[in-house]
Ligand binder design. Structure first.
Ligand SMILES: [Zn+2]
Length: 103
């Protein structure tokens, strides 16, 4: 999906349509690489019976594949009041880019 860098959109602060810049929130909060269960699993020696956890990740090509698209987190910055507004509904897309269109 492609998104123009600047859009005319309603700003709840200005209570009118203003020119807003699209900002993509790239880095979300990073979680640790290992979950609590995984750490416990490792401490117990790993291979002392398979307790069903952690489950092996399904392969991308398999029938029960994990989602290939990602939720996109974008924000709109109002050029007049410089407030950032979030998008009402998040949506999914495999690819997302902000394209520059001369405004
Ligand atoms: Zn505004």
């Amino acid at each position: 999906m492609k998104m123009p860098k600047r859009v005319r959109r309603y700003c709840p602060t200005c209570k009118k349509h203003t020119l807003q810049t699209v900002i993509q929130n790239k880095s979300g909060r990073k979680r640790g690489a290992m979950t609590m269960g995984q750490r416990r699993h490792e401490r117990r020696g790993g291979i002392r019976g398979y307790g069903g956890f952690p489950k092996p990740k399904p392969e991308k090509s398999s029938r029960h594949r994990i989602k290939t698209s990602k939720k996109i987190d974008i924000r709109f910055e109002c050029n007049e009041c410089k407030k950032k507004n979030t998008y009402k509904s998040t949506f999914r897309a495999k690819k997302f880019e902000i394209v520059k269109i001369g405004v």
